[in-house]
Design a binder for this molecule. Sequence first.
Ligand code: HEM
Length: 508
Amino acid sequence: MASISFLEASIAIFCFLILLYFFKKTTHGRLPRNWPVLGMLPCLLAVLHRCYDYIVEILEISDLTFSFKGPLFAGMDMLLTVDPANIHHIMNSNFSNYIKGSDFKEVFDVFGDGIITTDSELWKNLRKFYQAMLHHQAFQKFSLSTTTSKLKNGLVPLLNHFAEEGTIVDLQDVLGRFTFDTILILITGSDPRSLSIEMHEDELAKALDDVGEGILFRHVKPKFLWKLQKWMGLGHEKKMIEANAIFDRVCAKYISDKREEIIRSQRFNDISYEESEDLLSSFIKLDTTKYNLLNPSDDRFLRDTIMAFILAGRDTTASALTWFFWLLSESPQVVTKIRQEIISTNLSKTRNGQENLDKLVYLHGALCEAMRLYPPVSFGRKSSIKSDVLPSGHKVGENSKIIICLYALGRMRAVWGDDALEFKPERWVSEKGSLRHEPSFKFLSFNSGPRTCLGKHLAMNQMKMMAVEILQHYDIKVIKGQKIEPVLGFILSMKHGLRITITKRCPS
Ligand code: HEM
């Protein structure tokens, strides 16, 4: 009996592989076929290993907008678009009709009611409060000093150690640890010290990776299937459940420690504590008369807020920098130009750190160019409240799903010209040498319209500071022969990391 079921299973797997092979053969440079009942799902599964590039192909040949049909009753129909006019319409001019929606919230359920998943009045309250916090001068100083100190006391000693030992390191891992430590210091005031010679695995960081992968699979599986897996605790859903429990436990500890710290400081009348700048202290002490929907005494609200900021600020910056350094390794002339700019800007001579960073126009362009080709957030997802017609002429029904593919947007010849696939920082520099502005509905890496990224300046500054430190003092050599490809996930990290060796440069 057992051997018959084994035989049956083998035949089923064999047939499935033949079918996938057949679908794979029929997908190159073609629009996916819409099969009865199954819709375009077989084609999607067949190209899953090169999903991003396939989306680039189909959007290029379908004039920037494509209607994907899922299996019957699977709730997977969606409109994919990279048409800047559509993006402007959805993100700006008709913003109120396009929300994250309940489906988005379900898919991103581990992030609870954080700013990334909410709509309407709650989102408005959160955004207003976060904006005030992030733009506060004290917080900006705190963020600058946190990055400076992590560079000096964390990154530099570690890179020196790797240089002396000649060790092969995964640069993505190093950068991820840097951004993880800094975002946690900004949120909680305490340093998880994941950036250390021991390179110990942080359970929160690992849980975030598992969640990122799980979320993507929820996009390519029929809803009933991932829900069933969740209910049964199987596969990616099992990992999501475990990750969620880790988020709950770790955040609960941060929150209770912070509450105790605040009580202690009040008991001892510690005035300096009143001025502490970490985000969690501000969340706990927030003025509820100004933000009537926010409840700082609710630990769930605090947990979701912490998670939203970790999600927003950790992997995004690390992913952007990893692709940036990889692109630099392919373009030594860009490295030379950035180094020349750093020398001619004479960074040490100006008083204000921010003012200095703003002068690095070519470096700014190179970072934007890396994020155009490899946008850290790989796709945006919206749901329509009422039916509508997009500027491209496509009809959108009530409660339709729209996916904006950022990876494909940066590669469209119709949007960026025939050299769209080339890494050219010059694209961002005007003839006068100043920064060339590109509208956010064309360069969408930090989102567009009322939901534009709130950490954009913080992230740009942090990336510039890291790039300056590394390029001034080290040479990075990417190990030859390794496979470089994006992971399928909400954040566009490198699937196999970026293995490098590092050497110290002679002071120039
Ligand atoms: C290179 C780094 C970064 C990139 C590329 C980036 C990109 C984005 C994108 C695309 C969104 C929209 C997401 C969506 O609506 O689905 C977003 C939202 C957001 N980002 Fe960033 N981000 C970066 C760094 C940061 C950092 C460091 C912080 C905070 C310290 C931050 C805070 C936020 C917040 C709070 C939102 C939600 C805005 C809203 O919904 O109103 N981001 N970011």
